[in-house]
Structure formats: structure tokens, C-alpha cells
Design a protein around this ligand. Structure first.
Ligand code: CP
Length: 326
């Protein structure tokens, strides 16, 4: 289940809290429940009035120490669609600029008694620290190159909605796996639901510890149902480190072009994309691209995650949705 945080995060005697810190904390049952709740919320968004009263009176803090478009906007909108109050804090322009530590920032925001703190931070383990020092439920919106669990969940949701199943699918993840929290979370999530994964890219960007087949041969994408493309994550590379001879060579050897894809082969990308580098614009804009679908999935999956950490499961979602219609 979504992690009931244990003694390693909270003082002895404190009641456990539900957080979403890592895909590793999820069971298959958790994943099924979350995807099912997201499906219910997606149905509710087809209505003229899209707001549900579900989390009225709750406060969601979105605390972002790194740039974001998709994750930050979808968490904010997810909270608003569920009638929660939102407080959005970006490190740039905050007292972090004056040297305030993560702990003191968390304690400061924790003084407003938020129900959930959603955090993105460049340091691995930052969400765990926030879970330790506040009373809030914590959702990891990306910590360094470690985890991005809601991205993995929205990708599973997208796959299932678009391909009709998860078990037995084959996904090729292409690009900078080494620096990718998306890949780390997604490989774990795909394994949990029975999807076979092949990692493809420059050898220096394919970490050995990943529990998946790995190859530098771009031809390996041929057998995949879905090609999942990653960008080069320069912001997490050591200054001066060279993982590929040049971006031009990267594009020539591993860039995804229409010629490299089979007709009907689906394409995913977590964004932001670098068109013309890891993905040809014709691929990004093709009918087989699920990239915009991923963004839409992000909203309903994050609604499901906020609902789940606060209520413990799917009970009542349908009833609440129906109540809104009546
Ligand atoms: N996929 C993703 O995390 O995108 P953002 O950085 O825009 O949030």
C-alpha cells in the first residue's frame, strides 16, 4: 500500500501517515486502486461542472525547488478540481534565496497545518525529510535522479487506457537512463504490472544496476509496443562530463525518427521534449504519439494520489462523483 511511514521517519509513538515517496513502496494492489480511482475522476471531468467537493477544507502545499510545467500545474489543478485550498511555493523568489534550509522551510509551511505537501527537490531524500519534520502527508514530485512516482503512475494509466492492457506489453526506454528519475520509477512500476522493459541508449548512460535488459543497438526498439523517449538531463550531469561525443551524434544514433518506428508503434515522452534531438518533430506530432495524453493522465492520476493519501482508498469516490451530479 502507499507507504505508511514507519519509525525510521517518525518519532516512536506517532501515528503512521500515508505518503507517496517511491514506487518501491507500492504494491500491485495499490497501483490497481490508484488507476481505478483515476479512471473514476476522469469520468467526472467529462461533465460540464468539473469541480468535486471531495477534498473541501483540505490544504495542499506545492513546494517546488526545481523547474516544472506539467507536474506543478497538474498537482495544482488536481487539488482545485477536488475543492482543496492550494498554496504554491517555488524556491526561486522565496526565503530559500536567503539561505533558508529545507528543514526550516518545511517547518515554516508546516505551521499552516497543510494536509499534503507535494515536493520537488534536486536532493535525493528531500521528501523523506519533509515527512519527518511535518505532520503533512508527503507526495514526492521528483527528488534528484531518484524517484518520480506520480509520473510512473500516469504512464501506467496512459498505457492501459490507450493499449487496453498492461500485462505482457513490451516497452523500450530510449535515452539518458542514468540521470532519469522517470526511468528509475517507471522500470519499477512496469515490472510490478508485468510489462517487459528494454533500455536503449549510449552505454555510458545505461546504468548496470537497473533490473532490465540494456543495449546500445537502436534496432532493439523494433519489437516494442511502445517507445518511451527520454531527454538528455544536462542539469544532473557533472560539469565537464561527456557521456556522448556530441548531441549531433546522439541524434544520429539514438534519435527517434519516423524511419525508426513501425506503423502503429506508440511513442511516449515525459516532457519537456527537445525536438530534433531525442525526438523528431514528426514523431512528436504523429497520431501514434501519446505525449499529450500523458499530460491529461497526469491530472487525474494526481487527483487520485491526493485523494488516496488523504482518505486511504477508493471507497466513496463513485458516491461522491454521483453526488456532485445530482
Ligand atoms: N514530466 C515532468 O516531470 O515534467 P515537468 O518537469 O514539466 O513537471
Amino acid at each position: 500500500m502507499i507507504r505508511l511511514v514507519s519509525d525510521d521517519l517518525r518519532p516512536p509513538g506517532d501515528p503512521p501517515k500515508r505518503h507517496l515517496l517511491s514506487v518501491g513502496d507500492l504494491t500491485r494492489e495499490d497501483v490497481e486502486r490508484l488507476l481505478g480511482t483515476a479512471r473514476t475522476f476522469e469520468t467526472s471531468l467529462e461533465r460540464h461542472v468539473k469541480k468535486l467537493p471531495t477534498l473541501k477544507g483540505h490544504l495542499i502545499v506545492n513546494l517546488f525547488y526545481e523547474s516544472s510545467t506539467r507536474t506543478s500545474s497538474s498537482f495544482e489543478l488536481a487539488a482545485k478540481r477536488l475543492s482543496a485550498d492550494t498554496l504554491n511555493v517555488k524556491s526561486v523568489g522565496s526565503s530559500v534565496d536567503k539561505g533558508e534550509s529545507l528543514k526550516d522551510t518545511a517547518l515554516t509551511l508546516g505551521a499552516y497545518d497543510p494536509d499534503v505537501i507535494v515536493i520537488r527537490h534536486p536532493q535525493i531524500g528531500a521528501p523523506q525529510l519533509v515527512a519527518r519534520v511535518t505532520e503533512a502527508h508527503v507526495v514526492n514530485a521528483g527528488d534528484g535522479k531518484h524517484q518520480h512516482p506520480t509520473q510512473a503512475l500516469l504512464d501506467l494509466y496512459t498505457l492501459r487506457e490507450e493499449l487496453g492492457r498492461l500485462e505482457g506489453l513490451q516497452v523500450a526506454i530510449v535515452g539518458d537512463v542514468l540521470h532519469s528519475r522517470v526511468a528509475r520509477s517507471l522500470v519499477q512500476a512496469l515490472a510490478l504490472v508485468g510489462v517487459r522493459v528494454t533500455l536503449v541508449g549510449p552505454p555510458a548512460l545505461l546504468p548496470r544496476e537497473f533490473p532490465a535488459e540494456a543495449t546500445a543497438d537502436i534496432e532493439a526498439i523494433r519489437d516494442a509496443d511502445v517507445v518511451y523517449i527520454l531527454r538528455m538531463q544536462n542539469e544532473r550531469m557533472e560539469p565537464g562530463a561527456n557521456f556522448v561525443p556530441s548531441l549531433r551524434e546522439y541524434t544520429a544514433r539514438w534519435g527517434i525518427t519516423p524511419e525508426r518506428l513501425r506503423p502503429g508503434q506508440k511513442v511516449m515522452h515525459p516532457g519537456p521534449m527537445n525536438r530534433g534531438v531525442e525526438i523528431d518533430p514528426l514523431v512528436a506530432d504523429s497520431p501514434d504519439s501519446l505525449i499529450t495524453r500523458q499530460v491529461r493522465s497526469g491530472l487525474v492520476v494526481r487527483m487520485a494520489v491526493l485523494y488516496d493519501v488523504l482518505t486511504g482508498g477508493p471507497v466513496g469516490v463513485q458516491a461522491l462523483a454521483a453526488a456532485e451530479v445530482a
